[in-house]
Design a protein around this ligand. Structure first.
Ligand SMILES: *Cc1c(COP(=O)(O)O)cnc(C)c1O
Length: 387
């Protein structure tokens, strides 16, 4: 049996994989089992912040693996403490809880918001407002928070206490906040899976205002847009707001599973010993990898992310077969005349990896993709869209 057959035979059938087996990669170039090369504009869904097998990241991870791979949360370790300090210093947040994925980072946020509200306002204040078309993960509370009926339908009953407002509809947001006893508001400032929809400044301002007015927790889901992808360290920083909780994962680890929930001053002391935990949370190897990523997300580097973003917009805008572009930084959605799936497959055949998002093409290249590779890949996209 070859790898594809074996996978289809034995791996649970939850993914519609592309017919492509990737065997290795370096930077923004992936290679399949036949030796064919692909320019990668996915970075493992916004995970490989510095591409495949990046030397600096690899050294940080390998050095830590050779020293200490895991001790559990019964003991202190340096990488965990150091990463938490870095995250707090870079964001102004006060405390960090470490887990292993985006969905878990959101689970922690949701638990904290409910505990905060129960203590401050009463047990009946448990409802979390999220947005339609959002994506917050696959575990039960995060799935319940996700505003997409298609993902809910076979898994009833969901966790109770979630309401969904329409993104960028301030009236709807206010009405839902009025009608429900809220514990918090959870939102992505750029909806990734939901089709690369960017929240407007006025809408985000209103979320922040409601948080203050009602003394509820404002939670930014930065799992996809965070860690430099927006051209700022975290996406919410483009809006000048200060969330009470930030959840992050994907790009933070540069390729290893790590999630983090950051607590601001209002929420700093909500969770107490015994309230929450994760065996692997704060794992030294994952934290060492994440430290090496964060260290490189300097203001100069983030300016480069913004420049690459402008390059993509300039090159693609107005081209034949391309209707419009949405997104921020290096999370970009392309609405095309031809079906997105056709474009994605045609690009793959010509050696460019892209992904979809609600009928659009989604680009999530490594943050350090060289201009030459980026332009080469964009030329392929332009050619395919124009056919
Ligand atoms: C991917 C994603 C998640 C879920 O992350 P996992 O690591 O797959 O659990 C949550 N929120 C957003 C915004 C995401 O893009």
């Amino acid at each position: 049996m070859d790898v594809k057959q074996m996978d289809r035979e034995y791996v649970a059938n939850t993914y519609a994989r592309f017919p492509l087996q990737i065997t290795k990669g370096k930077g923004s170039v992936a290679e399949d089992e036949t030796g064919k090369k692909y320019i990668d504009l996915c970075s493992g869904i916004a995970v490989n912040s510095f591409g495949f097998a990046d030397d600096i990241w690899q050294n940080a991870v390998a050095a830590q693996a050779a020293k200490l791979q895991h001790v559990s949360n019964l003991y202190y370790t340096e990488p965990c403490a150091k990463l938490a300090e870095m995250l707090c210093w870079r964001t102004g947040m006060k405390k960090v809880f470490f887990c292993n994925s985006g969905t878990e980072a959101n689970e922690c946020a949701i638990k904290a918001a409910r505990k905060y509200a129960a203590e401050k306002k009463g047990k009946e204040y448990y409802t979390i407002l999220t947005l339609k078309n959002s994506f917050h993960g696959r575990t039960y509370a995060a799935l319940s928070a996700t505003g997409q009926d298609a993902l809910h339908k076979d898994f009833q009953p969901l966790v109770p206490g979630f309401v969904y407002a329409e993104a960028n509809n301030i009236e709807d947001l206010r009405a839902k906040a009025e009608e429900n006893k809220l514990a918090g508001i959870l939102f992505e400032c750029v909806q990734g899976e939901g089709g690369v929809n960017v929240l407007e400044q006025a809408f985000v301002d209103e979320i922040a205002r409601l948080g203050k007015e009602r003394d509820i927790l404002i939670m930014a889901d930065e799992v996809q847009i965070g860690n430099g992808r927006s051209g700022k360290l975290y996406g919410y920083m483009n809006y000048g707001i200060e969330p009470d909780i930030v959840s992050t994962a994907k790009g933070l680890g540069g390729g290893l599973p790590i999630g983090a929930t950051l607590f601001g001053g209002k929420a700093e002391f909500v969770l107490k010993p015994g309230d929450h935990g994760s065996t692997f949370g704060g794992n030294p190897i994952c934290c060492a990898g994440a430290i090496s990523i964060l260290e490189r997300l300097t203001p100069e580097f983030l300016d480069e992310v913004q420049r690459k973003s402008r390059l993509i917009f300039q090159k693609l805008q107005g081209k034949k077969g391309i209707r419009c572009l949405t997104g921020v930084g290096l999370l970009i959605g392309i609405e095309t005349e031809r079906p997105a799936a056709d474009i994605i497959n045609a690009c793959m055949e010509r050696g460019v990896l892209t992904l979809g998002a609600h009928g659009k093409i989604r680009l999530l290249p490594a943050l350090n993709i060289p201009d030459t590779l980026l332009e080469e890949a964009l030329d392929v996209i332009i050619a395919v869209c124009g056919e």
